[in-house]
Design a protein around this ligand. Structure first.
Ligand code: V47
Length: 384
């Protein structure tokens, strides 16, 4: 669907979508009820065309990716997230905690050559306090001055601030002074209290995630945002979640310091976790995954980048998602654990050349980026 040749409403067959298509063409903000209609429609192609229209207006065919290394400094976690297959309790033979020196050594391995961002999220482990993170960030910056440090979910940040006996503000200031530059979007799950009670009883207060994201933005630290979908939530919970992100983004933009850079819908991976042992939850389908991308592009009119996270939805579907509103394939993702432990069948990492090929073959133009969306041209492939 690269390039829409006809007026947008010619692509929409569902009558219920037509007034929304008109709003989209006029650049009008969509409402909660519009969001529900986007989830209810059977006209997936019409929905995709609307999202693609917005994507093209904002980004043309440009499609971003980053060379990214994933790393978790510990998998020990005292929080009960029923969907998580990554966490280990103390005493579990899988349990580990990495020292700053371990991490620097690991990153020195040639397999990390070209990596621009280090994306670190981990468990909630009471033995780690602010001094651990200051030491870690300083050592990382000393060894790799150009590596962008993107660390902590908003819940993790709240946990480690409290664990260190200091405010989130002080924790953040000290981490930034040591080298922290941005934060990933994980840990948001679904904001609705009743669903949260069932899927992540140990971090049931959604306001903590939102408050800490707002603190980051007010202090000039950009973050990402996510939503975990495809488990026991309903469309009304997803619309509520997206609109809470949109409201926060409005406030952050008005403040003018930092904001959400990107939104990433996270498809629930249903293996080896408590949630799937309690409820029979099938894998998300391609249609669900594409709808999630398209709805996000349409409702989140103030978040510039929508990622198709190939790790969770497969590289092939992520390619298609570029015609459903996504403008970012995330990245090379070296050594991902959270999704793979929970059953993701995608490869462990993709080469930069492979990402560029996926993007070109879907009809789009690859652009390498760093975490702040500074651009690095990708050379056109040559015949060897
Ligand atoms: O925080 C945990 C979620 C997150 C499962 O910011 C699960 O650029 C699905 O945050 N099925 C980690 N999701 C991934 C993440 C992320 C991914 C890509 C880009 C960015 C970014 C952030 O995954 C966790 C949690 O919210 N998660 N278990 C599961 N079984």
């Amino acid at each position: 669907m690269v390039g829409l040749a006809l007026p947008l409403d010619r692509y929409v067959s569902d009558e219920a979508l037509r007034p929304i298509a008109r709003k989209v063409m006029d650049g009008e903000r969509l409402s909660f009820e519009d969001g529900l209609a986007l989830y209810a429609t059977k006209d997936l192609n019409g929905l995709g065309a609307m999202a693609h229209h917005v994507r093209q207006k904002r980004h043309g065919l440009k499609t971003y990716f980053v060379q990214s290394r994933r790393l978790s400094y510990t998998n020990i976690c005292y929080t009960q997230c029923q969907f998580c297959a990554f966490q280990a309790k103390p005493g579990d033979p899988r349990a580990y905690v990495l020292s700053a020196d371990d991490i620097v050594k690991d990153l020195s391995d040639p397999k990390n050559r070209g990596v621009r961002e280090l994306h670190m999220v981990a468990g909630h482990y009471p033995k780690l306090k602010i001094e651990y993170f200051e030491d870690l960030f300083r050592k990382l910056k000393a060894a790799f001055p150009d590596l962008h440090l993107k660390v902590f979910t908003m819940v993790e940040m709240g946990y480690y601030a409290k664990n260190s006996g200091i405010s989130v503000e002080e924790f953040l200031d000290r981490c930034v002074a040591a080298g922290l530059e941005s934060c990933p979007g994980g840990g948001a799950e679904i904001f609705d209290a009743e669903i949260r009670e069932k899927i992540c009883v140990g971090k049931k207060d959604a306001d903590i995630w939102l408050q800490n994201a707002e603190i980051c933005h007010a202090k000039g630290v950009p973050t990402n945002c996510t939503m975990l979908y495809g488990h026991i939530e309903e469309p009304k919970h997803r619309v509520d979640h997206l609109l809470r992100l949109r409201d926060l983004q409005d406030r952050s933009i008005a403040r003018g310091k930092a904001k959400f850079l990107a939104y990433i819908p996270l498809a629930y991976q249903n293996e080896d976790n408590e949630l799937s042992r309690t409820y029979a939850i099938p894998e998300t389908t391609g249609a669900m995954d594409l709808r999630e991308i398209a709805v996000a592009r349409l409702l989140l009119d103030n978040i510039e980048h929508i990622k198709a996270y190939w790790v969770m939805i497969s590289p092939g579907l992520a390619q298609v998602a570029l015609s459903y509103g996504a403008n970012d394939l995330d990245g090379t993702i070296i050594e991902e654990e959270i999704a793979h432990r929970a059953g993701a069948k995608s490869p462990q990492g993709l080469a930069k050349s492979e990402l560029a090929r996926l993007i070109r073959e879907a009809g789009f133009e690859p652009m390498e980026r760093d975490n702040l969306y500074r651009e690095y041209e990708v050379e056109a492939p040559t015949l060897a």
